[in-house]
Ligand binder design. Structure first.
Ligand SMILES: Cc1cc2nc3c(=O)[nH]c(=O)nc-3n(C[C@H](O)[C@H](O)[C@H](O)COP(=O)(O)O)c2cc1C
Length: 348
């Protein structure tokens, strides 16, 4: 299993939390290749902590030359693997022929893969992120399989497939039957990782059973719930998956701010950046709406901690709340649970 690439979310701080619960592999947030070459700040934020391995850097291509140089720079920075994103449905990337735009251009997709594969050291694995097609048309399916086949021929190490089309963006359900078909097609010639609708621990095992994929990528299911990785390990070892009680959740959420401070060193920025995580954390709280509003007002570390003191507990004393039963949202505000706020700035 891997922590998925999540632009705006899967930074060093989130990855550290997920790894503390056993996430064995992570893909960094997708980045445009050229800024990696130009911006010292981006490189600073992408610097890796010692515990944050193994990890892939994910890039979305501008030109083959830039992608190659960016990939080499990232390898020098300590990323063990490089992933090319050919899946992102964000319009401004599509307009420039990046991300999911490749799903309409198999020849260009394979040329890019080939160029980057040749440029990075042979021992550095190259992986690919795809969706199941540009849209649902038969031509689109054909293109998907052409790219898949091209990647296999090039000896690409792994492909993560998100079971939605580019046109579909995040609507509806991921098509796990399409993932099963892709798995049958690739056999064991490449590592196929499934992505889409892994929201709770049981979904990991359901996807493996349904599709036969070699691995799963946990995306939205890990935002606000980094302990999902521990729950997977619980189930693998035949135990009931444990949901942390509110005191433990409070500690994790507090620690998130500390980690983000170590990474960004700017309290105002971190306060704003973590608000969206607060929305996700609040989903598992019985007073979700009030906790969400409290997180949304955070400007500083002190604000963040006082939300936790009030709603999760303080000095080892739990807040006055009903017991945690499982990892399902327990909000009294069902409407709050329908939307996925992360999608507003989703990058793939
Ligand atoms: C906020 C957000 C950001 C994402 N960023 C990326 C990204 O940078 N690169 C990528 O390949 N996929 C990205 N994705 C897609 C996820 O990795 C995953 O494929 C998708 O969310 C489907 O999985 P899920 O339904 O389990 O969330 C993003 C998704 C979300 C919601």
């Amino acid at each position: 299993m891997q922590l998925a690439a999540l632009a705006g979310y899967s930074d060093g701080a989130m990855r550290t939390l997920c790894r503390s619960f056993g996430a064995p592999y992570a893909v960094g947030e997708m980045i445009l290749d050229a800024p990696v070459l130009i911006s010292k700040t981006i490189r600073k934020h992408m610097r890796l902590w010692d515990h944050d391995h193994p990890i892939a850097a994910q890039i979305t291509c501008s030109t083959p030359e830039n992608s190659t140089l960016a990939a080499q720079t990232l390898v020098d920075m300590g990323y063990e693997a490089i992933e090319l994103n050919m899946a992102c449905p964000v319009t401004k990337l599509l307009r420039r022929g990046r991300g999911g735009a490749f799903m309409k251009e198999p020849t260009r997709a394979i040329e890019y893969l080939e160029t980057v594969r040749r440029a990075i050291p042979p021992e550095v694995p190259l992986s690919l992120k795809l969706r199941i097609g540009w849209d649902e048309s038969p031509e689109s399916q054909k293109t998907f399989y052409t790219i898949l086949d091209g990647a296999i021929q090039l000896g690409i190490a792994a492909i993560t497939v998100h079971g939605r089309t580019v046109v579909q963006q995040y609507r509806g359900f991921a098509d796990w039957d399409a993932l099963a078909k892709a798995r049958k097609f690739v056999g064991n010639s490449i590592c196929l990782v499934g992505s889409g609708d892994i929201m709770k621990v049981q979904d990991v095992f359901r996807m493996l059973d349904h599709t036969g994929v070699h691995g799963v990528s946990i995306a939205r299911g890990a935002i606000g719930k980094p302990w999902i990785f521990r729950q997977v390990l619980d189930m693998m070892q035949g135990r009931e998956p444990v949901t942390p009680d509110y005191i433990e959740q409070g500690k994790i959420i507090r620690h998130h701010f500390d980690l983000a401070m170590q990474l960004y060193k700017d309290e105002g920025f971190v306060g704003r950046h973590l608000r969206k995580f607060g929305i996700y954390y609040s989903k598992f709280h019985p007073h979700a709406k009030r906790v969400r509003l409290a997180f949304l007002a955070v400007k500083s570390n002190a604000d963040w901690n006082s939300v936790i003191d009030e709603w999760y507990g303080k000095d080892g004393q739990p807040a006055n709340l009903p017991p945690v039963t499982d990892d399902q949202p327990v909000s009294e505000d069902q409407d709050l649970l329908m939307g996925e706020p992360g999608e507003l700035d989703a990058a793939d």
